[in-house]
Design a protein around this ligand. Structure first.
Ligand code: GDP
Ligand code: CA
Length: 307
């Protein structure tokens, strides 16, 4: 079975790891959000792409789900001594990635080419594609502080400002990265990982033409919400601030334009009767690699039943 997975960072990477335990590299392509990308001290940083790559390379920090395993922070500590405000965690090993990516971008290479080359170096055989090679920047519109670039909102302001909307700056000029459309066309199904619907999956779907192709496929999403809470991050808070009661149902409604199957937690099984697409209730918390594989198997089983 050929699968395309749409992923943000930590939540996305967990399910992607599960899928990679079951599918060979020819049968799994991952399309990753780049709306979180930003520049720090002149370095081009692509957090979600790195989280997915590090996870599949076995290099990710197992405790945080992002950043590198066994990381040190000497460069950051020394930057602080020079008066640089520390609001973003930048590990020493991670910095090597950002330095080389920035160099190659300045040499004129595309993000998709650089990612392919890095994956090759890290021994990752799966195709990990940025959603676009053109820069797209997620802007969070807040009630009290106006529009904030995503990392300002997420890291510096710790998701505290109340959200009233989102804008994906640069989206009109962005086209899908090479291979993105082909992978979706050839896939038996698209898996929407349990990533933040507003700021991880929406930017991917907003890239020119992607939403229209998705509408022609079997698409299965996994809820990032149990009950009315997320496992991590601001997705539930965003739903509330936008006037929507957070729940797996709200997530499914969010994807209603293209959704054909849905997975929610056993705890929310009663919501199945309110769902407008075939829905499976299972354990969706991924505490370890076995949980990831089990959930990925549930996803593949649901897809099979929809074919
Ligand atoms: P980010 O870019 O690092 O914020 O990561 P994503 O957007 O990919 O994922 C964030 C979402 O992942 C949050 O809404 C979490 O609720 C969800 N998440 C994290 N861990 C799990 C898990 O084990 N199971 C499920 N179903 N969702 C998870
Ligand atoms: Ca992210």
């Amino acid at each position: 079975m050929k699968i395309v997975a749409l992923a943000g960072g930590v939540g996305g990477a967990k399910l992607v790891d599960g899928l990679a335990q079951l599918l060979s590299p020819e049968n799994l392509t991952i399309i990753v959000n780049t709306g979180d990308d930003f520049k720090y001290r002149g370095l081009y940083i692509s957090p979600d792409l790195d989280t997915v790559c590090y996870t599949l390379a076995g290099l990710a920090n197992p405790d945080t789900g992002w950043g590198r395993n066994g990381e040190t922070f000497q460069v950051l500590e020394n930057l602080q001594k020079l008066g640089v405000l520390k609001w973003f965690h930048l590990g020493d090993q991670d910095l090597a990635t950002h330095i080389e990516r920035t160099y190659l971008i300045n040499e004129g290479l595309f993000l998709s080419q650089i990612t392919r080359s890095f994956c090759h170096s890290w021994g990752v055989e799966y195709s990990i594609l940025p959603m676009s090679d053109q820069p797209v920047s997620t802007m969070v519109d807040t009630i009290d502080e106006g529009e904030l670039p995503f990392q300002e909102y997420f890291v510096r302001r710790k998701c505290e400002p109340k959200v009233k909307g989102f804008r994906f700056a640069g989206i009109d000029a962005a086209v899908p990265a090479p291979g993105v459309i082909e992978a979706i066309m050839q896939a038996d199904s698209v898996v929407v990982c349990p990533s933040n619907p507003w700021v991880s999956i929406d930017p991917i779907c907003a890239v020119n033409g992607l939403c229209d192709i998705l509408a022609t496929k079997i698409n299965v999403a996994v809820s990032p919400i149990i009950g009315n809470r997320t496992f991590k991050g601001p997705a539930a808070k965003m739903f509330i601030e936008l006037g929507i009661q957070p729940s797996p149902l709200a997530v499914a409604r969010h994807y209603k334009k293209f959704l054909t199957g849905f997975i929610l937690d056993k705890m929310d099984e009663k919501l199945k009767q309110e769902m407008s697409v075939p829905t499976l209730a299972t354990k969706i918390l991924m505490k370890d690699r076995d949980d990831r594989r089990r959930l990925a198997q549930d996803v593949l089983n649901l897809i099979q039943s929809l074919q």
